[in-house]
Design a protein around this ligand. Structure first.
Ligand SMILES: [Fe+2]
Ligand SMILES: [Fe+2]
Length: 241
């Protein structure tokens, strides 16, 4: 495949094998910022466009990394089951672990590193928002998309929805994703790119590593929803697929 500067980051992340890993390394936001062109995203991230194009092209030509999936070939129901079973489970199991770690680290290091208190507050606010967000997806939007796909596959009309069109809850979820993306950027800045200081103990380093893994998982999670699930659900409702 040919990758160009005019393609959107979300499209490249969806179509080009290995692209999300490369974007993650380069600090290019491919989930909430997926509607920007690659040219714009590189300018904002202050990275050289030609270098990035060459790296993406090389990855796309190489055999797909183990475990990488072509999500466009998955049914929407299977994609939702994957999101729930992988990313929603991860958020729910990691949040209490990270919050407990943060309490411990703030207690020991908060005096010398007051920014840790801001990290703790920012993460707790994100946890609260995510808890409500996941519930809305699991109880309202996702069950509707599953029902809609079943109807369409059975040759039936799209079922009526209490929220009018599926585009309405999608818009709301995307705006909440933007909020989560801002919180992640804030956490990255407060922790200076998750670089633990020389006096950091093992818990301190574990906290930063856990936050960084949480960020990578949430990026992939939002990418699957914003760039793959939501556009396909909207297209299905509109009868385009
Ligand atoms: Fe989700
Ligand atoms: Fe979401």
């Amino acid at each position: 495949m040919t990758i160009t500067a005019a393609q959107t980051v979300g499209q490249i992340a969806t179509d080009a094998p290995g692209a999300t890993r490369e974007f993650e390394k380069l600090g290019i936001d491919y989930c909430c910022g997926g509607t920007r062109t690659l040219g714009e995203a590189c300018a904002q991230a202050n990275v050289n466009l030609d270098d990035v194009l060459a790296r993406l092209q090389r990855n796309a030509a190489a055999p797909s990394p183990v475990g990488e999936q072509d999500w466009q070939t998955w049914s929407l129901s299977d994609l939702i089951a994957h999101i729930n079973g992988t990313h929603h489970v991860f958020v729910r199991s990691e949040c209490p672990r990270i919050q407990a770690l943060a309490v411990k680290v703030v207690k020991v290091h908060g005096k010398n590193h007051p920014e840790l208190l801001a990290v703790q507050d920012q993460f707790s606010a994100l946890v609260g928002e995510l808890r409500a967000h996941l519930m809305k997806e699991e109880q309202v939007l996702f069950p509707y998309v599953v029902r809609m796909e079943q109807s369409v596959l059975a040759g039936q009309p799209v079922p009526p929805a209490m929220f009018g069109t599926v585009v309405n809850p999608i818009r709301m979820m995307m705006s909440e994703h933007d909020g989560a993306g801002d919180a992640l950027r804030q956490l990255r800045s407060l922790t200076r790119d998750y670089e633990a200081p020389p006096d950091a103990c093992i818990s301190y380093r574990t906290l930063f590593a856990a936050l960084q893994e949480f960020e990578a998982d949430l990026h992939q999670h939002i990418h699957l929803e914003n760039n793959i699930l939501f556009p396909r659900a909207a297209a299905m409702e509109a009868g385009r697929k």
